[in-house]
Each structure stands twice: as structure tokens, then as C-alpha cells.
Design a protein around this ligand. Structure first.
Ligand code: FAD
Length: 400
């Protein structure tokens, strides 16, 4: 009898990565996405060495390198005067320290690369316009229901449906997202519109009071991507991201360094996101269902690890499934055991970075900034501090 497929919900970063690794290894799989088209404009993404170890091992090295930009350095600066607080050379140090590069690319290019690799193996695996509604587990299988399509039977359900996961809401009805009190402006600017001085900057983080602004080149330096985050009282919209108002964005970063003002002035479509967080969940699994990526452990963007850890989840879940073929519950327990602590540490570290970039107290700011200034002149502090994050290789880390 033919094996029932693993059913993946969501064609985002974790869902596509999991689909690709299963498909490459001959495990039956099928993926359902609620949108009619799979794309999400207007955002850049950091792929750190831990993420690239996955993409390269999936055979996507050439494609990713052809699309991504490689940052030369990372600079932390004060928001008005632009004083360099810390600088880290990134050019080839990432390969030297962690065997894989640090890259930056448009999120949509990553999605297209993963989707293209899947379609090359089998173009009938991804189904769009399928909005997950509910599921039930019985007789050694899982029945998955959609609110606009026929139900599907599978051996296992994997909720890769992002921060507002419907699979999570069924599995853990009491878990709720909470507005973090921080909003993020995101946008892309055509590099040609910017002054030569701004064009020359590599990854730069401008740190202000309760706010920070990050920008870096993507698309082989043709486009600049930025994220500006700051505290706001409330997020009243139903949707967690929307097209924002340029005047509001300009006001939010008025009086910042002229580089920041220049970038903001040249943005065509500013996107506004409410950043939501959630208490760590007690459990991500049931006997035949699991949530991974943002569905299980959303994190603030300040460490650039949401997508990287979503890919890590996908690979560790695949390895756990292979280790316990025919015994999904044991596979899911192994997956959770190997991923929960790391994901929680990443959530905490991301929150810490937001606090560091947003320091309010002027005395504390002077103390912390001078500490960072001194230490980053002595050692490659930023890379060393992130060793536990970047060195992780989901394909060969020893499973507990
Ligand atoms: C401002 C900002 C900046 C960021 N920058 C970075 C960065 O630099 N580096 C990094 O690693 N991460 C970054 N992230 C985080 C990263 O984008 C996410 O962590 C990552 O996309 C999570 O992947 P995922 O697969 O869990 O979910 P997603 O990629 O969000 O995918 C979820 C998918 O599920 C689909 N879906 C939802 N509901 C249903 C349903 N009911 N039925 C069917 N399909 C459904 C959605 O349409 C979507 O396609 C950033 C996030 C923010 C907000």
C-alpha cells in the first residue's frame, strides 16, 4: 500500500524547506498554501551561516549566491551623529569562523529558489488557494480540513503557517499572540536614488532611544532594504502588516542622521508591521501534528534568526522523521526535544538585542556604547558572541 503523505500547511520558509528535503529523499509529501500566489514583496532577509549551511546542503549554493549580496561589514552607530560604536568585518570572516557566508537577500528570492527546486523534482506537490481550517487524528492517520477545498488524508500534519498559525490555534487554543509594543517599518529603495555616500554603506544599525533603524544592500547592491523599529502604543489593525503612510514614517525618524532621513525620503512603498510575541509554548506536538517556525516560536527580528531557525526546524524534523520511520509520535518527541531549548534561547537573544539597540537611559547608553567600542576594537566580538547561533549545522548536529 502506498504511504500516506506528510501534509504541510504554509508555503513560507519552513514549509518549503521541509517540503524540499522530504521530496529530495523520496518521502511522500504534499503542501497547501492559503494564498493564490506564493510571494511577499518588500522585505530583505539575513541568511546567516547556520541558514546557509542548510541552503548549500540542499544544493542551492549557486542560485543563492547569484541572488544574494554579501555584506562587507556590520556597523553599530548612534542615531543622530552617526558615531561608530562597533564595527565588525564580515567579508570573509564568516566563512573563516563558521565555514559558510553571511548573506542578505530579498525574502521573495529565497521563496522562489525553494519553490523552483521543489517544482523541478515534482511540479504537482504545492497547492495554492487552500486555506487550512481544522484537523482530526484517527486510525493511524490525520484528516486535514480546509475552509475552501476538499479534505485531505495524511500520515502527519506539519503547521508551517507562520505567526498567526491556525494549526497552533487548534492544537493550543489558549495560546495568544501579544502586541510587543514595537512596530517595524520595512521597505526597499532603488540604490540609484541614493547618494554615493549612502550607497557605499554596508549593513548599518542606527541605535536611538526606544528605536533602531537597520539597512543593507540586496539584489547585488541594486536595492537597499531597511527596517526601522520603534515603540508605539497600540496596533489597532486586524492585519499584522499593511502598507503604511509615508508621512508617518518620515515623522517617526525625523531628526535622525541625514543618511536615515535620505533613505526614508526615497522610499516608494513603506510597509508597516506590528511585531507580535508570545509566551513560550508548553508543547508543539500531538500524536500526528506539529507546529514549526514562527507558528511555534516567533521572535523579534533584531537577531535576524526567524527564517534561519525556521529552516533549522525543517531539517531537524526531517531527520527525526527518518530516525523513527513509521512511528510519528516518537519522531515528533525527538524533534521537540532537539529544538525547544535552542528556539527559546534564540527568542531571548532576539529580545535582548532589541533592548540593546533601543537603550533609553543616557548614562547606560554611554556605558554600553563605550564597552562595545573598546571590545570590538580588540576582538571580533559580534561574530564570537554569535558563535552558538551561527555554528549550528542542522544537517550534522548530534541529535539527543
Ligand atoms: C520586520 C521583520 C524582519 C525580519 N527579518 C528577518 C531576517 O533578517 N532574518 C530572518 O531569519 N528572519 C527575519 N524575519 C523573520 C522571518 O520572516 C520569519 O521568521 C519566517 O518567515 C518564518 O517562517 P515560517 O515558515 O514559520 O512562516 P512564514 O514564512 O511566515 O510562512 C507562513 C506561510 O503560511 C501561510 N498560511 C498562513 N495561514 C495559512 C492557512 N490557514 N492555510 C494555509 N496556509 C497558511 C502563509 O500565507 C505563509 O505563506 C523578519 C521578520 C520581521 C517581521
Amino acid at each position: 500500500m502506498k504511504d500516506k503523505p506528510i501534509v504541510i500547511i504554509g508555503a513560507g520558509i519552513s514549509g518549503l524547506t521541509l517540503c524540499l528535503i522530504l521530496l529530495k529523499n523520496g518521502v511522500p509529501v504534499i503542501l497547501f498554501e492559503k494564498e493564490k500566489e506564493i510571494n511577499q514583496p518588500g522585505a530583505g532577509i539575513n541568511i546567516s551561516p547556520n541558514g546557509n549551511s542548510i541552503l548549500f546542503n540542499l544544493g542551492l549554493k549557486e542560485k543563492i549566491i547569484s541572488l544574494a549580496s554579501k555584506p562587507i561589514s556590520l556597523e553599530l552607530r548612534t542615531h543622530k551623529k552617526g558615531i561608530i560604536v562597533a564595527k565588525q568585518n564580515l567579508n570573509n570572516s564568516s566563512e573563516k569562523f563558521y565555514n559558510y557566508p553571511f548573506l542578505q537577500m530579498q525574502r521573495n528570492d529565497l521563496i522562489d529558489t525553494l519553490k523552483g527546486a521543489i517544482n523541478k523534482i515534482n511540479a504537482n506537490i504545492i497547492f495554492t488557494d487552500y486555506s487550512f481550517e481544522n484537523f482530526s487524528e484517527k486510525n493511524g492517520s490525520v484528516l486535514v480540513h480546509f475552509n475552501n477545498q476538499k479534505s485531505v488524508e495524511g500520515s502527519l500534519l506539519v503547521g508551517c503557517d507562520g505567526i498567526n498559525s491556525s494549526v497552533r490555534k487548534i492544537m493550543l487554543p489558549n495560546s495568544k499572540n501579544k502586541f510587543s509594543g514595537i512596530i517595524a517599518w520595512r521597505g526597499l529603495v532603488d540604490m540609484k536614488k541614493l547618494s554615493s555616500q549612502t550607497q557605499k554603506l554596508s549593513t548599518t544599525i542606527w541605535m536611538g532611544k526606544n528605536s533602531h533603524f537597520v539597512h543593507y544592500p540586496i539584489k547585488k547592491h541594486k536595492v537597499l532594504n531597511f527596517i526601522g523599529t520603534l515603540r508605539k502604543k497600540d496596533w489597532l489593525d486586524e492585519s499584522w502588516h499593511k502598507v503604511g503612510n509615508k508621512k508617518e514614517l518620515e515623522n517617526d525618524f525625523k531628526g535622525w542622521n541625514k543618511t536615515v532621513e535620505e533613505i526614508v525620503k526615497n522610499i516608494e512603498i513603506p510597509y508597516k508591521w506590528g511585531l507580535f510575541e508570545r509566551e513560550s509554548l508548553p508543547n508543539w506536538i500531538s500524536s500526528r501534528a506539529v507546529i514549526i517556525g514562527d507558528a511555534s516560536h516567533p521572535m523579534s527580528p533584531s537577531y535576524g534568526q526567524g527564517a534561519n531557525s525556521a529552516m533549522e526546524d525543517a531539517i531537524i524534523l526531517y531527520r527525526s522523521i527518518v530516525a523513527f520511520k513509521g512511528d510519528p509520535y516518537s519522531a515528533l518527541k525527538k524533534f521537540q526535544k532537539n529544538r525547544k531549548k535552542r528556539s527559546e534561547n534564540l527568542q531571548r537573544a532576539s529580545k535582548f538585542n532589541t533592548k540593546l539597540f533601543h537603550l533609553k537611559n543616557p548614562i547606560l547608553r554611554i556605558l554600553v556604547y563605550s564597552g562595545l567600542y573598546s571590545i570590538s576594537r580588540l576582538i571580533p566580538f559580534i561574530l564570537i558572541k554569535s558563535r552558538w547561533v551561527y555554528k549550528y549545522n542542522a544537517f550534522n548536529v548530534r541529535l539527543k
